[in-house]
Design a protein. Structure first.
Length: 118
């Protein structure tokens, strides 16, 4: 599976951004899509994930109530709507996919920078 993330940018605190991730290749093998982020000097952390078939969603506590993950199965797209952004949300955001039967996310996009100014 190949993943292409887009939609990052510079936004003021309290603003919104919508990230997109296009999946191609062996998309029929996808069971879960997720978003992760990595801030400078920090480890990569989980943000949100969505079950590809059923649509169940899961969020990190730090973004719950502000971010929404969604998908469009017909277009092989996953989105991350980010509202009420905070400076601490500044990071490179990565989309990732997990194949059916796998424990870990095996395919990763190239990342898109999100910068939130105070």
């Amino acid at each position: 599976v190949q993943l292409q993330a887009s939609g990052g940018g510079l936004v003021q605190a309290g603003g919104s951004l919508r990230l997109s991730c296009a999946a191609s290749g062996r998309t029929a093998s996808i069971s879960t899509m997720g978003w992760f982020r990595q801030a400078p000097g920090k480890e990569r952390e989980f943000v949100a994930r969505i079950i590809w078939s059923g649509g169940a969603t899961y969020y990190a506590d730090s973004v719950k109530g502000r971010f929404t993950i969604s998908r469009d199965n017909a277009r092989n797209m996953v989105y991350l709507q980010m509202n009420s952004l905070k400076p601490e949300d500044t990071a490179v955001y990565y989309c990732a996919s997990r194949a059916t039967g796998n424990i870990s996310f095996g395919s990763w996009g190239q990342g898109t920078q999100v910068t939130v100014s105070s």
